[in-house]
Design a protein around this ligand. Structure first.
Ligand code: IPE
Ligand code: IPE
Ligand code: MG
Length: 247
């Protein structure tokens, strides 16, 4: 196991955890077994993120489109989420990790919502480490929800459209209290965003790996952070401006 630490650590890493189904299929196992192994990867990645100094870890756990899957798989995933939250409550408290969620949580099964509320309440005073679960999340739905909330604020005289800016508008996103991701990782070789954090990823560095999520480990997260550390983030400026600190 490598003990090295990449030079520049991203403050916020977002991950599209993909490939559980293919992992199971390759082994002749039911898809749910892949999801079960995926939960173990989550534990490893939460540990590694803290060890590396990544303050925000956002995991795409269930998309707004994943309801399309067979009923049995959807209920299996909800069951695993419930299991994960019950199992992790004490760990998250011990490790001082705050659990947050993004997405339309109200549509999740009641038992899951109850567990989420319980873990969020028990960890809400922690500030250093944040685990953000994207659940029933879709970036397009988030944009619509934000636009609605912004429109209501205009109607009530709390916002003036003439003064609209990204800094003001972002406060209406689910991620209002969360900084933009620095690094996005997607596992399983798919090269798309699948409706994940489309506005917040505007200047994120993207790393795609063929590794399937159940096989993703500490070394893979370290490697992604090393790749991130090698990138030059220019935000529209020039290399020269970045290097002389004049951007
Ligand atoms: C990711 O793995 C987990 C969820 C989307 C919940 P998949 O279930 O999408 O795995 P593949 O893409 O079918 O291999
Ligand atoms: C994205 O993966 C959603 C999550 C990882 C939760 P999908 O497997 O649902 O994405 P598509 O359908 O291949 O784009
Ligand atoms: Mg998939």
């Amino acid at each position: 196991m490598s003990t090295s630490r990449p030079a520049r650590i991203p403050q916020h890493v977002a991950i599209i955890m993909d490939g559980n189904g293919r992992w199971a299929k390759q082994r002749g196992m039911p898809r749910l077994e892949g999801h079960r192994r995926g939960v173990e990867t989550v534990r490893t990645v939460v540990d590694t993120a803290r060890e590396l100094g990544i303050r925000y870890l956002t995991l795409y756990a269930f998309s707004a489109e994943n309801w399309k899957r067979p009923g049995e798989e959807v209920s299996g995933l909800m069951g695993l989420l419930d299991f994960f939250l019950k199992r992790e409550l004490n760990n998250l408290i011990k490790e001082k990790v705050r659990l947050r969620t993004i997405g339309r949580i109200e549509a999740l099964p009641e038992n899951v919502r109850r567990e989420l509320d319980r873990v969020k309440a028990a960890t809400q005073h922690f500030t250093e480490w944040n685990l953000v679960l994207a659940l029933n999340y879709g970036a397009q739905t988030e944009a619509v929800d934000a636009a609605r909330a912004y429109a209501e604020a205009v109607r009530d005289g709390r916002e003036n459209p003439a003064e609209a800016s990204w800094e003001k508008f972002r406060r209406y996103l689910y991620t209002a209290e969360i900084p933009e991701p620095d690094l996005l990782i997607r596992t399983s070789g798919e090269l798309r965003l699948s409706n994940f954090l489309m506005l917040q990823l505007a200047y994120a560095e993207l790393v795609f790996t063929p590794t399937l999520w159940p096989d993703f480990g500490r070394a893979d997260l370290v490697a992604a952070c090393e790749e991130y550390a090698r990138r030059e983030r220019r935000y529209g400026a020039t290399t020269e401006q970045i290097q002389t600190g004049r951007a």
